[in-house]
Design a protein. Sequence first.
Length: 204
Amino acid sequence: MNELILMKFFVKVILLSLLPFLSCENKNEEQIVREIQKFNYKYATTGNKSFLDSAYVVIDDNKYRINNSNFGLFYPVYFELGKYEELLSLINNSEDISESKKEFYINILQAYINFQNNNKRKAKYYIEKNIVLINDKLSSTPKDSLALLDLYKMKVHTDGIVSVIKEIDSLKETTIKPSSVFYDKILIPEIRSYYEELPQFVKR
């Protein structure tokens, strides 16, 4: 399960990769999609959430439903604005998002709702469900570096950044592993960046 790699909204600059070109039925729809892309791009490059507010208004005014083709475009808008319950409802009601994808993102949203309500125990329960999903993936493809990245992003929520970095360092001693470049240049910097972008209610 590499779903979290699609969720780079935590690291603003990576949002640039979440601007898919969507097939549109008419020019008006295409213009609307491009407008949302523009607001996402401006947020990614400035960090100014007013652009996400503008994107949200466009989505809401046009009564768009979240689906598999627009997921990468719409999800970051709702998530970064903290509209977790609204996003949860949209995903639950979507008919063309796969069940496995739904499960992964629903777990994240349920976790964040509970973190926000200061119910850490229940929040970690949902994160641990995703850890199980990712470990299942790694059991069949142990050298899947993207799944490994997803795993440690989830573990940051349950174990904390210090413990996670120590665990990553220990992986360098194992025989089955990605390259040292992956650990030093990708995994550790990405995990640190991911942690820095977490909301304060998750870190507290």
